[in-house]
Design a protein around this ligand. Structure first.
Ligand code: MRU
Length: 414
């Protein structure tokens, strides 16, 4: 297999990797209608803020590709597009990428309808369908370039936090260092730096996006640039996106990595920060409010508090499609509550005699099934705990009072 792909698309055909079966089975489901996309998103066969938006957008593109013009007017077609998108909007509430994609797609379809010069109703509908399909495909394409840019900016941000090491390095330790010209000093003799280790949470990689990933994209870029010593990933209870997906992506990419439970992060910082040069927690975002408060997978807030206590940088990697300038602060973000069984049951492949039998899976109860549960899927990390928000347009700058200010990178939506 080449790169990991959560979404396979060609015009008229969409296939989505069933992430509930990972890391043991690779099965792509055909998604040809908005109902199938809704179900796929709601059941978390596809998940991650950018991937959710892409699947929703493309499912309607597939429906529209198959729709025969002639039986309806262009106004009816616009109403149809709006109603399908409004329906998809209800699949998962917290990630804003889906709402932003819907706004954009409605605008593009309306724009095509209003500029259509064709007096011929069939031709006008064809133009609207075409405009929608192209806009949905652009969301897919743009996501990959966005993630590559986040990876570059994030890796450079982290590199800038470090000073060169002047003491001689033991031969046995050479691999833990890299040599390069310090930023902005090209032409001067190169200096030696200690490679850095990071912790990430949830899954923000190729499986959550169209490729490369956001927070995991920064880790991929750090590794590629030879700045990375080690990546730690949390299990990410209760849905285990960390152990099921991120651990798998890290192994797949041959990035040196270690899995920990969510509850081990404090001990990790206390005991390994100096030894491993743990420099940052890097996470993704489902919705970044205007003031920088960030909703992300449950457990993110605890990691931010721990990072601050241990002097570890806390970095949010978010495409501008995850920024919601209309929501003034995290207090206004709607948090999705999920089903009880996600805490009280777990599913996976059967292990027999120490060997994983990927062909046999089972769901087992891990708690008394009568216990009540609280299962918010996301939490909000206040901006004051966040050291940097990295977007595809670079690091979000701060105003004179130290508050995040998105105006410079998002003037068109400010
Ligand atoms: O519930 P999920 O798996 O959709 O949650 C995903 C996350 O919280 C990710 O960190 C976030 O969507 C960013 S994905 C690049």
């Amino acid at each position: 297999m080449a790169g990991l792909e959560a979404i396979k698309y060609e015009r008229g055909k969409l296939e989505v990797l069933d992430q509930l079966r990972l890391p043991h089975e690779f099965v792509y489901d055909k998604v040809s209608t908005c109902e199938e996309a809704f179900d796929c998103i709601k059941a978390m066969r596809v998940r991650g803020a950018p991937a959710i938006a892409i699947v929703a957008a493309l499912a309607l593109a597939v429906e529209l590709f198959d729709k025969k013009d002639g039986a309806y007017s262009k106004e009816e077609l616009i109403r149809f597009i709006d109603s399908r998108l409004d329906y998809l909007q209800g699949s998962r509430p917290t990630a804003v990428d889906l709402s932003n994609a819907i706004k954009l797609l409605k605008g593009k379809s309306r724009g095509a309808a209003s500029v259509s010069t064709s007096s011929e109703p069939i031709a006008a509908c064809t133009e609207v369908r075409q405009a929608y399909i192209e806009a949905a495909e652009k969301i897919l394409d743009d996501d990959l370039s966005t993630n590559l840019a986040i990876g570059r900016y994030g890796a450079e941000y982290l590199r800038r936090q470090h000073s060169p090491v002047d003491a001689p390095i033991d031969e046995a330790d050479q691999l833990r260092y890299y040599t390069t010209s310090p930023p902005g000093t090209q032409g001067l003799p190169p200096r030696t730096y200690r490679k850095l280790s990071v912790l990430t949470h949830c899954n923000t990689g190729s499986l959550a996006t169209s490729g490369h990933g956001t927070a995991l994209g920064i880790i991929r870029s750090l590794h590629k640039m030879n700045y990375l010593d080690h990546a730690f990933c949390t299990e990410t209870r209760p849905y285990n996106q960390g152990s099921r997906l991120t651990a798998f992506e890290l192994v797949y990419e041959k990035i040196p990595a270690t899995l920990i439970t969510d509850s081990m992060a404090g001990a990790l910082f206390a005991r390994k920060k100096a030894e491993m040069n743990i420099s940052a927690v890097i996470v993704g975002a489902d919705r970044v409010a205007r003031n920088g408060d960030t909703a992300n997978k449950i457990g993110t807030y605890s990691l931010a508090v721990l990072a601050k206590a241990h002097g570890v940088k806390f970095v949010v990697a978010a495409p501008t499609t995850s920024v919601d300038l209309e929501t003034v602060s995290g207090a206004h973000i709607k948090i999705e509550n999920r089903a009880k069984h996600e805490l009280t049951q777990i599913s996976g492949a059967i292990v027999e005699n120490g060997k994983v039998d990927t062909g046999r899976t089972a769901r087992v109860a891990i708690a008394d099934q009568r216990i009540d549960v609280w299962n918010p899927s996301f939490d909000v990390t206040p901006a004051e705990y966040i050291d940097a928000i990295i977007t595809e347009k670079g690091e979000v700058v701060r105003d004179s009072k130290g508050r995040f200010n998105f105006q410079a990178i998002m003037p068109e939506r400010w």
